[in-house]
Write a protein that binds this ligand. Structure first.
Ligand code: FRU
Length: 311
């Protein structure tokens, strides 16, 4: 039997990433040849612009593959002018996409501004008409070929049904050794809360933790653990402070962050953290070691444009 696959379920889109000196003022025109010194004001300039494949699940699949896993992305791929861009990019990164539905639709796009001055990334995303995966999407897949399925926190009603299906299959077929993980990333979306009780491993973002009133990572994982399934692990990365996890027995472990020489590109840092964590947990590492590795890999990613090179 070939090496089992790890599958990430969610979205793929095009990221148009603008690397600028500083975040632009409203109603200004920032070009690559803009003079940096302008009378009476701070200069700005577009230092670089890249078109990349993005989306949380798509990014995590890339990182898993770069770390050596047999990775698969599962989500709707828009059929149109940019189909070959997606297909070639997935192929280059050795991410399987052979089981994805291809659907005629406009390409979901994110316009991203990465500011060198502040190290922030600001994303404006649009998806006009690409349908999400249907609730029965996993029924056509050979589940025995996977050992881990990770769900991005979107398309919540259908993800609930997909997880229900995987759980039922696991119960019927004890030879299915499949771990389910989920991600809650976007703050102030109450519908995401059902995800807490869906995975054996639950990732929540700092934004989600803060939106629920927590001001530090340890109290966040301790305080939110009761919402997860018994036996599960709740993990929360907290930017330059590192990451924390609350284990099945209620104990909390932490890791400090890894600081790159300079902050170059934070787009997909959270997706990288999740991928590296899954990579280690899948190998059977204890959670504290997985957290440490994930902080190192995510910190390294923040120091480079895109996802190469990773440690
Ligand atoms: C980064 C990212 C981008 C994408 C956006 C969607 O985490 O996945 O690649 O444009 O978030 O929210």
């Amino acid at each position: 039997m070939p090496e089992r696959r790890v599958m990430t379920v969610g979205m793929v889109c095009v990221d148009i990433i603008n690397y600028v000196v500083r975040f632009p003022d409203e109603d200004t025109d920032v070009g690559s040849n803009s003079p940096l010194e302008v009378p009476g004001g701070l200069g700005n300039r577009c230092l670089d612009q890249q078109w990349c494949r993005g989306g949380n699940a798509s990014n995590s699949a890339t990182v898993l593959s770069l770390l050596g896993a047999n990775a698969e992305f599962f989500g709707s791929i828009p059929q149109g002018d940019l189909t070959s861009f997606f297909e070639e990019d997935f192929r280059r990164d050795r991410v399987h996409v052979d089981r994805c539905p291809r659907l005629a639709a406009r390409t979901p796009t994110s316009c991203v501004i990465v500011s060198a001055a502040s190290g922030t990334r600001t994303i404006v995303h649009s998806n006009s008409d690409l349908p999400e995966l249907p609730a029965d999407a996993l029924r056509r897949l050979p589940l025995r070929e996977y050992d881990w399925i990770h769900f991005e926190g979107r398309n919540i009603a259908n993800v609930n049904k997909m997880v229900e299906y995987v759980r039922a299959e696991r119960e019927k077929n004890p030879e299915l050794k499949l771990t389910i993980s989920v991600e809650l990333e976007k703050a102030n979306r109450p519908e995401l809360d059902t995800l807490f009780s869906l995975g054996e491993v639950v990732f929540i973002s700092k934004d989600v933790a803060m939106s629920k009133g927590f001001t530090d990572m340890e109290s966040a994982v301790r305080g939110l653990k009761a919402r997860t399934l018994p036996g599960s692990v709740l993990i929360c990365p907290w930017g330059e402070l590192g990451a924390a996890a609350c284990l099945a027995d209620g104990s909390v472990v932490t890791s400090e962050a890894h600081r790159p020489p300079s902050v170059v590109d934070t787009v997909g840092a959270g997706d990288t953290f999740i991928a590296a964590c899954i990579w280690r947990l899948r190998r059977g590492d204890p959670v504290n070691r997985a957290l440490r590795t994930a902080c190192v890999v995510a910190g390294t990613k923040v120091g480079v444009k895109g996802f190469r090179p990773l440690p």
